[in-house]
Design a protein around this ligand. Structure first.
Ligand code: ADP
Length: 207
């Protein structure tokens, strides 16, 4: 099965594009959902995070305070690395496992930090959702109700636009109205079906 890695900067439109691919019944595996599940009480990463970050990271109901965790790693590179060392191998493992459980001609793995966390090897094609940084900033502020400074700091913590584009097999241009996305997605859907047919043909020939 063909695996498409969908990524792009924050507020570039990844969730918006995934929602549109769902209209084609394409299975989508979301690394953010996996990350959220992994830190729930009694899940794999829960105890390790408390061990590294202390019980101060817990809320009254014993769940991990994810926004506090985000704030800590934002200003502390060592803490960021420690959290990534706990989470990334587990996310990777889950992405592989969940990919193997899917059926269809192709699947999408939505991995916001695909490039930053070197997960290229998990996918056959990289699809970049592209928006100009000024649009990312505006949309991020609006979506999350944050200041321009906070939004800019979040953008700065990621790979930039050029670094994303350099990894692209395909690009969705999300610099215009949302209505401009449908045609691009239809075209890519057809391309991926064609590619996956080619893959199946080579596999059946034992190549
Ligand atoms: P990501 O998942 O990459 O962080 P989202 O899909 O959540 O980004 O998009 C960020 C915000 O921008 C959301 O509020 C979304 O509704 C909005 N948005 C996405 N695409 C467009 C567009 N083409 N025009 C205007 N707003 C958009």
């Amino acid at each position: 099965m063909l695996k498409i890695g969908l990524t792009g900067g924050i507020a570039s439109g990844k969730s918006t594009v995934c929602a549109l691919f769902k209209h084609y019944q394409v299975p989508i595996i979301d690394a953010d959902t996996i990350a959220r599940q992994l830190v729930e009480p009694n899940e794999e990463a829960y105890a390790e995070i408390i061990q590294s970050f202390g019980k101060g990271i817990l809320q009254k109901d014993q769940t991990i305070n994810r926004s506090k965790l985000r704030q800590i790693i934002f200003s502390d590179l060592v803490a960021k690395q420690a959290l990534e060392n706990i989470l990334h191998p587990k996310i990777r493992q889950q992405l592989i496992l969940k990919s193997q459980q899917q059926h269809g001609s192709y699947i999408i793995l939505a991995i916001p930090l695909l490039i930053e966390s070197n997960m290229h090897d998990l996918v056959d094609q990289v699809l970049i959702i592209d928006a100009h940084p000024s649009l990312q900033l505006k949309r991020l502020q609006h979506r999350d109700g944050i200041s321009a400074e906070q939004a800019q700091a979040m953008l700065n913590a990621q790979c930039n636009r050029e670094q994303h584009l350099a990894c692209a097999d395909d690009i969705i241009d999300n610099n215009h109205k949302p209505a401009c996305l449908s045609k691009q997605i239809e075209r890519l859907h057809q391309k991926y079906i064609k590619l996956s047919n080619g893959c199946q043909h080579s596999n059946s020939n034992g190549q």
